[in-house]
Design a protein around this ligand. Structure first.
Ligand code: ACO
Length: 327
């Protein structure tokens, strides 16, 4: 059994259609200045009708498999993190498996909102370290545009669609995914939720037009919790391995708000030139945000062999977590 677990490929995909802050100015009472200053977002991608999460996931997965040099039959497991499944049943991972022809894979969806990719990496690493799986495809994919209230300026300026993926495999070479840290607090669920459409309040002819079928968020409360939890997750994983901020070559945070990212970097004393930021291009793509950023960082040459990378996320639930990687 191999002792180490490595990311051997990354990939991402986003719809072509761009929605800019100027476009949003025509839809709700907002401004490019407010959105840019309060969140750091300039534009986001929106999937056209007919495109579903498993389509974006397939595009991201194919690029990932190409980089890792493996075919669909070599994937032993697909872990797909999403809060926007193609349908309530079956899992989007099953639909993706069929689109890829990954017929040897065990398949599951996980729901951990914006922390989903880190939860997925943690599960993949555990299955590999116990010798049960070899090549695990971990995907974060979201079409939050389908659950966004386009009349609510508090939320509609923030979210976007996309997918990002990684192949995680056993390795004999020291390094790779050194540690993962995952946490949750369900007592604060009400601060960020889609209240209708589950078994608690099923959609009926009487409530199908209610705004509670969309994302509801108490923004400032979520902001405070995100700053606290992301700071905790970043410092805890460093502390556990005896590292300090100055030992980290690149932090790849969940892209929800540039001010949350800056506060997290400050907490571990990391200068912003060692933080990967692409929020201006995609907005908050929830579980897809970290793997999209990771893939861009890899393809731009921002990550080199031996670099120490911290991934850190926070999302609805609340959930939060981090991963420490030696590339
Ligand atoms: N345009 C103009 N004004 C706006 C807009 C907008 N798009 N949205 C809200 N406002 C107004 C509000 O109505 C409010 O006005 P009021 O004071 O008159 O009531 C005011 O702006 C609020 O402003 P701020 O206090 O400056 O808001 P804040 O600094 O908290 O920024 C934001 C708001 C961007 C939503 C921030 O709270 C945030 O990023 N929250 C966290 C989001 C997050 O991290 N989510 C993570 C998980 S997402 C997931 O899991 C799917």
């Amino acid at each position: 059994m191999e002792k180490y677990v490595r990311i051997t490929g990354t990939g991402s995909a986003a719809p072509n259609q761009v929605l800019t802050n100027a476009d949003l100015e025509k839809m709700v009472d907002t401004s490019d200045k407010w959105i840019t200053e309060r969140s750091g977002i300039k534009e986001r991608r929106i999937a056209p009708p007919g495109i579903v999460g498993s389509d974006l996931a397939r595009d991201a997965a194919l690029k990932t498999m190409e980089m890792a040099g493996i075919g669909p039959k070599e994937i032993d497991m697909i872990i797909l993190a999403t809060v926007c499944p193609d349908a309530p049943l079956p899992s989007t991972a099953c639909l993706l498996q069929d689109k890829l022809g990954a017929t040897n894979a065990a398949v599951m969806d996980i729901v951990a909102a914006c922390s989903g990719f880190i939860y997925g990496l943690s599960i993949a690493r555990s299955f590999i370290l116990t010798g049960q799986m070899k090549n695990v495809l971990v995907i974060g994919v979201e079409l939050l545009s389908r659950f966004t209230n386009w009349k609510d300026r508090n939320t509609c300026v923030l979210f976007g669609d996309g997918a990002g993926a990684a192949i995680v495999s056993p390795s004999g070479k020291p390094g790779g995914i050194l540690d993962t840290y995952i946490k949750g607090d369900g007592s604060l669920a009400h601060l960020l939720q889609i209240p209708y459409g589950g078994t608690k309040v099923p959609l009926t002819v009487d409530n199908v037009c209610h705004d509670d079928r969309y994302i509801r968020m108490e923004g400032p409360e979520v902001f405070k919790a995100a700053v606290k939890a992301m700071g905790e997750a970043a410092s805890a994983i460093l502390e556990r391995s005896g590292l300090r901020g100055e030992d980290i070559d690149l932090m790849i945070p969940h892209q929800a708000n540039i001010r949350i990212i800056e506060a997290t970097a400050k907490r571990i004393k990391l200068p912003m030139d060692r933080v990967y930021v692409n929020i201006h291009k995609y907005g908050n793509t929830s579980a897809a945000s970290i793997p999209i950023a990771l893939d861009e960082a890899v393809r731009e040459g921002r990550i080199k062999s031996g670099d120490k990378i911290v991934l850190v996320a926070f999302g609805a639930g609340f959930t939060w977590g981090s991963a420490l990687i030696e590339w």
